[in-house]
Structure formats: C-alpha cells, structure tokens
Design a protein around this ligand. Structure first.
Ligand code: NAG
Ligand code: NAG
Ligand code: NAG
Length: 469
C-alpha cells in the first residue's frame, strides 16, 4: 500500500483497488492451480564461510540441481528518514537500475517511464524502453485495460490521500543484483506515465509489488517455476535502516513463530492476531476486534501501525500507564497529535528499561514479542524522546501492521504453506545470525553499499515470450 502518512493511511481506497485487481487477475488466470513449488533451498545452517563471496560460486553451482535458487537482495533506506525500505532492481538490456519500495501490500511493480508526463524527481533516471534491446510492450488483449490507441495494456493504482500511479505494462528482463542466485527473468512491470501524491514526491523511483495477484513479481516468478512460493523481509532497526530480502524459499530458524495466513480471507497478507499484551498483561479487548473487515493485515509498504479504535485506545492507555516516569510531550509535527514521551535517553538498546515489551498472540497461541523500537519512532526535535508509531485506523476496523512492527525481525511470507513466520534478530547481521555464507552481510543504508551490488549481466537469449494478461 505504501502509505507513509501518519494519522491514517486511508486503507479503504487502496484495499478496494487491490480487491478489484485481484478479482480481475483471478478471472484472467484461468486455472487457479500453480505449478507445484519445488523443494526449498537449503543452505548450510551450521557452517559459516569466512570468505563468503569466494565460496558462494561453488555453493551455488552445487545447489543448482533440483532446488530452486532464490534472490538474495539488500535493503536500503530507513523507516523514519524515508518512511520506507527499498531494494535495487535492474530492468532491461543493458540493465537500468532502480530503487523500489518493497511493498507486500500491492502487486504491480512500476518505475517512471521516459515518456512520463507527470513524474517527480527520483533517485535514478527514468526507464528508457528504447535503450533496452529486450523490452516489449504488453500488447492490448481482452484481459487487460488497453490504452487509447488499443496498442498496449495499461495499469492504474489508487492509494490514499490522492496518491496514484498509472501507465503502460511492459515486459523485460529483470535482474536481482549480484548477490542473487536467481538468474535474470522476464517479467511484466508498469512503465509510469503519471504519478501523484507520495509517489510523486518520494525519493525512491517506484514500487516493487510482492502482494498476492497475477502481476505481483512473486506470482510471476512462482508461475514460471523459478523460485518456490515464499519470500522473506528483514528490516533494519531504528537509526540503522537497511536490511535484507529473499525472494524464494530459505531455511526457517527453529524458533521462528508462525501465524496462519489465509489467502481466502483477504487478498492481503493477513495474520491471525488474537491478543495484544503490554508489559505482560493482555489488553481488555474482544479478540474479534482484530478480525473485523480485512482482519489483521501485514503490509511492508506502510510505515506505521494502525489499530481499530477500541484496541488503539486500550494500547495507548496501557503504554502510557507503564511510563509514568516519563514526561508526555507534543510531537515533532504540529499537524499531527502524536503521543510522545521525553526523558528516555538516546540509546535504543536501553529503551526496554523504560518502555514495556509488547506481545502479539496469534490464533495458534504462538507469541511474537516486540521491543520498543517496534512501536516507537524517535522524536526528531527532542533528544531522548519517542512517540507512538501506532495510530487509530480512523473509523476503519481493519488492523494494519506496517514496517515499524517488524523492524529487526525476519518475516517469512510462506505463501505455499499459507503461514507467516517471525523471528527477532538483528537484520543488519542476518546472514551471520543464520550462519549462511554466500553473500556479504546486508549493511545499513549508505551509498557505499550500492557500489557493492553492481549491475548483473542478464542473459537475454533463449527466453520464451510471456503470454499476455
Ligand atoms: C580469505 O581470502 C583472503 C584473500 O583472498 C586470503 O588471504 C585468506 O587466506 C582467505 N581465508 C580463508 C579462510 O580461506
Ligand atoms: C547502549 O546500551 C547498551 C546496552 O546497555 C550498551 O552496551 C552500549 O554501550 C550503549 N551504547 C552507548 C552508545 O552508550
Ligand atoms: C545490529 O548490528 C549492527 C551492525 O553490526 C549494529 O550497528 C547495531 O547496533 C545492532 N543493533 C542492535 C539492536 O544490537
């Protein structure tokens, strides 16, 4: 959904748009059955490789047979400074580089098009179809909305607060960076001709859609049988940012906690949230509160968390009552009625000494413990002050959990098994923590980092043309 506004993300509109799209693509897909996913990629869990990058090549070659490769990618940017996390994606031949917000709440992946009439200034030059020898437009057909000339398929996404993106659909070779085992693949993406709101003003170039739906990069790669039906995100922590992402399967740590995620219940990645505990004590709210409308939705493209009114009031009151030693102050922005507390000190590692732990209990009784950095953001004007990054979702009874909730948490969207796993870890050191070699650690956001994952060389030959939508 890529909502970065604070008071509420206006999820209604975005949800409606995706629902329509999901329905349309389900109809277009014909057969609902996907090819059976292959075995997940197992990497050694017990050994670490000191010279990771040198050994990676032999490791990859050894795994090529049978198991699906995955795309291991770095994340950049930060929740507070940017409101989002991005990854680098390369499109075309030769590859053109883009910084895309990773969004589990939407499906189409899009970048500004050279022909764009209304696009903002972003991080990278716009995509130039003419400069790519492998680009082809998605031809107008009965299953898509065509442009005025009846030549090419179009897409349109409406988000909250006048934020929107529209353009044409094209197909080209997409590559996932040098650290990725997955070879470049042909994929359909949007070439934007217009953007408004946040999408116009943001620094990032566009969105990488990981949601459920035929245009999602996940569905496209899974339908081609090149990855197994799972992806993982690990967002770096407060003041650190960055992190890691894996498209395709990866081994789950044994103490990962899971919630069921029912694709029939909602087109979004929902979880079965039953209770929230603050400082070990359950909020006194009816569990059905978390199952209203779309239920509890996990959306990596939304910055903060939004609770239905009853749950929000209970949460705010519970946290406030636990921190009476701190002074309640105004937020950094007079436009928002943020709830902030001063006097907690600058050191994020010590926040748990002042702020309570928060637990989320799932339908199966499993429990995810959140640290203060999962529900607080740093006050940008007062040192040592923090504000609640959890808001009331207006009058919308949907519970929407954005990126803040999963900072320093490995989140595995196991679509094949219809469950989502959570594992608290330091996302800046994910590979070391998993004892996985083969790629350097996902570093914090910095421009020196992007130098490391240089443009890969795609292999354009011999790839079958993908049929229309
Ligand atoms: C790692 O690589 C460096 C430089 O190539 C080499 O000097 C060192 O011996 C290697 N270490 C191991 C454990 O292979
Ligand atoms: C922050 O707190 C941790 C844990 O108490 C401590 O190890 C670390 O040295 C502190 N960092 C700073 C900069 O004071
Ligand atoms: C996580 O690891 C990074 C890099 O090693 C470090 O800078 C950061 O302080 C760590 N975060 C926590 C919460 O320990």
């Amino acid at each position: 959904m890529a909502s970065r506004g604070r008071p509420r993300p206006g999820s209604l509109q975005a949800l409606a748009a995706v629902l329509l799209l999901a329905a349309a693509s389900a109809a277009a897909a014909g057969s609902p059955d996907r090819p059976a996913p292959g075995p997940p990629l197992f990497l050694p869990l017990t050994r670490s490789y000191p010279n990771a990058s040198r050994l990676a090549g032999s490791l990859r070659r050894g795994l090529d047979e049978g198991a699906h490769p995955n795309a291991r990618m770095r994340l950049h940017d930060d929740l507070l400074t940017n409101g989002y996390y991005t990854t680098r994606l390369y499109i075309g031949t030769p590859p053109q580089e883009f910084a895309l917000i990773v969004d589990s709440g939407s499906t189409v992946t899009y970048v500004p098009c050279a022909s764009c009439e209304q696009c903002g200034n972003h991080q990278d030059p716009r995509f130039q179809p003419d400069l790519s020898s492998t680009y082809s437009p998605v031809k107008c057909n009965v299953d898509c909305t065509c442009d005025n000339d009846k030549n090419q398929c179009t897409y349109e996404r409406q988000y909250a607060e006048m934020s929107s993106s529209s353009g044409v659909l094209g197909e080209d070779i997409v590559s996932f960076g040098r650290e990725s085992e997955l070879k470049p693949q042909r994929a359909v993406f949007g070439c934007e001709n217009s953007e408004t709101g946040d999408l116009f003003s943001q620094h990032a170039d566009g969105i990488m859609g990981l949601g459920r739906g035929q245009l999602s990069i996940m569905d496209q790669l899974v339908d081609k049988g090149v990855i197994s039906d799972s992806f993982s995100l690990c967002y770096g922590g407060m003041d650190v940012g960055g992190g890691a992402m894996v498209l395709g399967g990866m081994p789950s740590p044994s103490d990962m906690v899971f919630s069921r995620s029912d694709p029939v219940r909602s087109p979004y990645y929902n979880i079965e949230l039953k209770e929230i505990h603050v400082g070990g004590k359950a909020l006194r709210v009816d569990p059905r509160v978390f199952d209203s409308k779309h239920g509890t939705v996990l959306d990596s493209g939304t910055t903060y968390a939004y609770l239905p009114e009853q749950a929000f009031v209970a949460f705010k009151d519970a946290v406030t009552s636990k921190v009476h030693s701190l002074k309640k102050i105004r937020g950094p922005d007079p436009n928002y009625k943020d709830i902030c507390f001063a006097g907690a000190g600058r050191n994020v590692s010590q926040l748990h000494e002042v702020f309570p732990y928060v637990d989320m209990v799932f339908g199966n009784g499993q429990k995810l413990s959140l640290t203060p950095e999962n529900y607080l953001f740093r006050h940008s004007k007062v040192d040592g002050a923090y504000c609640l990054g959890v808001f009331q979702n207006g009058k919308d009874p949907t519970t929407l959990l954005g990126g803040i909730i999963v900072r320093n948490t490995l989140v595995t969207y196991d679509r094949h098994n219809e469950k989502i796993g959570f594992w608290k870890t330091n996302c800046s050191e994910l590979w070391e923590r998993l004892h996985i070699g083969g790629a350097p650690s996902p570093g914090p956001s910095s421009d020196t980092g992007s130098q490391a994952d240089m443009s890969p060389t795609p292999a354009p030959s011999g790839l079958p043309a993908v049929s229309c939508f």
